[in-house]
Design a protein around this ligand. Sequence first.
Ligand code: PMP
Length: 396
Amino acid sequence: MAISLSDRLEAELSKLRESGLLIHPRVLEAPQRARTRVDGRAVVNLASNNYLGFADHPEVKARAEQSLREWGAGAGAVRTIAGTLRIHEDFEQQLADFKHTGSALVLQSGFTTNQGVLGALLQEGDLVVSDELNHASIIDGLRLTKATKKIYRHADPEDLDRVLAEHDTDGLKLVVTDGVFSMDGDIAPLDRLIEVARKYGAVTYVDDAHGSGVLGEAGRGTVHHFGYEHADDVIQVGTLSKAWGAVGGYAAGHPNLRELLINRARPYLFSTAHPPAVVGALSAALELVQRDASFMERLWENTRYFKAELARLGFDTMGSQTPITPVLFGEAGAAFEASRRLLDEGVFAVGLGFPTVPRGQARIRNIVTAEHTREDLDQALAAYERVGRALGVIGS
Ligand code: PMP
């Protein structure tokens, strides 16, 4: 007799409940901004990826509205059938120009980009070597391929060298890394990784979800930050859902990359194109960040201030180099309790435990944005000080 659906659902949910991993997403009752409302209370928001404050920016919204009025609510088809509107192609050209790459293709999300690109590029007989802390969408993307998969130690070019020396192939060799790691906020040592990759004839694939809009001139990303944006042996993928304020993913690099993906990337081939409002919003975001340097200046000024003040209070921010600012609590229970207490104090910051981060390294992940004022950050810091003292994480 087969198990019933209700028995299966109950069995799985109770496993999650017992291990303390059952998720209940908090609900924002106001737009995604530096100050918003969560579960009925006004909060300083340190939980979003809205790095530049574009998610609710008036100019971005105005362009979304304009595109909606001119082009309609939906694209109506997948890109390869009848869903490629003029604005989709124009935006891709705008993105390729911005990234200084030969081509760019937009997909529905950062998640589907990793699935589409890795799935399209890699074949049986290829070798892919991936950082042990790469994002879940990379791991899932690699599962779709028949390439041989190997892991190197986090952000460790010497270990990458060891793995590449041990495994050879006549097929494509691909080194895969996040540009900025989403849980620790550290930057991949791209120059050294690319140097090692080149020694073995490997191509480097950088998922720049958290580097786009954050690193490089006008937020061109981690690859630009290290000066490799013109390299044909570097593939950049990323998201349009974080700093760029709306939703989407992209792949940019070698001039022929776009052509191959149009023909082989399964999310591109089989899932409907972005609605016009999304395209309008993204196009405005790219214009805004290039026209007005103050977005990135405020992002980094706030980042430096928040990290320095947390360190002064005695918190461990785990060597983070970017606006992603983890605060270490150790045990998951302590991080979750601190997150609850911070919310009571009007600060929204999410606790993360195993398996999202390694055991014993549970933390609260804060993301500073360009939109935060000094007052917002000071309010959050005062709450951190009280909660940290009450839980014995910092001295009194
Ligand atoms: N890659 C990385 C490194 C990410 O952090 C994320 C977002 N969580 C994604 C891909 C997925 O991007 P999106 O939210 O656009 O699907």
